[in-house]
Design a protein around this ligand. Structure first.
Ligand code: PRP
Ligand code: URA
Length: 205
């Protein structure tokens, strides 16, 4: 399905500094917030609206508000660095958690935690800054689908072509919103040029 790459000067600016290896965790977190906020706006551009009558100081009009609930699901741990802007923009959002960790040798993700609100009938945004092999995203999306999600979207900060391909083939109906589409994976399945280990840089580990 559709791959949408963020096209905003602030996104480009923030990504440059996220990639810079001298950027410290505090600044890294602020930049991650900025890119995630822009991505949150893009990924929710087509949310359904319903009519709501509202009395202005002058007259009553049939205006519109968001029609259905939104759920955001960060993939732990790095996905936590993207949650705040979704909560700031959508105060009624529900937040679920999926814990996945890649094995350092095989790059295969192991599931260690899952706590999800009801997903049926909701717009469900799975968020994870790095889409490398796509193994983590494919697993998380499958889990969300098993729990009843039908309107699913994947939101990432940096993606590799390999990861995009994996998600597209396992979940062809899931659009991917990404801050950047990078060149390739290296032998250890890190994204090139990428920004290194997002979780480590976010939390200074
Ligand atoms: C990173 C990242 C993704 C995953 C991407 O997490 O946040 O979840 O790797 O790689 P993949 O597309 O090859 O699956 P990691 O497993 O390093 O765990 P962390 O978030 O706890 O740092
Ligand atoms: N996870 C990261 O944090 N960075 C990568 O480049 C790949 C997976």
């Amino acid at each position: 399905m559709a791959l949408q790459i963020l096209d905003h000067p602030l996104g480009t600016h923030a990504l440059t500094h996220l990639r810079d290896q001298t950027t410290k965790p505090a600044t890294f977190r602020t930049l991650a917030y900025q890119v995630s906020l822009l991505l949150a706006l893009e990924a929710t551009r087509d949310l359904a609206l319903r009519t709501l009558p509202v009395q202005t100081p002058l007259e009553t009009i049939a205006s519109r508000v968001l029609a259905s609930g939104l759920v955001v699901v960060p993939i732990l741990r790095a996905g936590l660095g993207m949650v705040q802007p979704f909560m700031d923009l959508f105060p009624d959002v529900s937040v679920g958690y999926v814990g996945l960790e890649r094995d350092h040798e095989t790059a295969v993700a192991r599931s260690y935690y899952c706590k999800l609100p009801p997903l049926a009938g909701k717009c469900v945004l799975c968020i994870d800054p790095m889409l490398a092999t796509g193994g983590s995203a494919v697993q998380a999306l499958s889990l969300l689908r098993e729990r009843g999600a039908t309107d699913l979207r994947m939101v990432c900060i940096v993606s590799a072509p390999e990861g995009v391909k994996a998600v597209e083939s396992a979940h062809p109906d899931v659009p991917i919103f990404t801050g950047a589409l990078d060149r390739e994976l290296n032998a250890k399945r890190y994204i090139l040029p990428g920004l290194g280990d997002f979780g480590d840089r976010l939390y200074g580990t």
